[in-house]
Design a protein around this ligand. Structure first.
Ligand SMILES: [Zn+2]
Length: 76
């Protein structure tokens, strides 16, 4: 029984026996080209969820709610 030259596993595949190493070892070492992967069905990319501002976040000035006692340019 032919054994893989990289690992102790026996080579059952005639192609592997001819090469002297198994498919797995050959792939791992880059000696065998990787199988063309079957194209996966395209998964639509999800947009990141909008993140609500943290409750303690300081909003921009324009986002500040005016308090009833807060002076504005018009009230000065
Ligand atoms: Zn091997």
């Amino acid at each position: 029984m032919t054994k893989c030259k990289f690992c102790p596993r026996p080579l059952n595949n005639p192609e592997s026996q001819r090469r002297g190493y198994g498919e797995v070892c050959g792939r791992r070492r880059g000696l065998i080209r990787p199988k063309p992967r079957r194209a996966r069905p395209a998964v639509p990319r999800l947009k990141p969820a909008t993140v609500p501002p943290a409750p303690d976040a300081l909003p921009g000035q324009t986002e500040l709610d005016l308090f009833h006692h807060q002076p504005t340019l018009d009230s000065i």
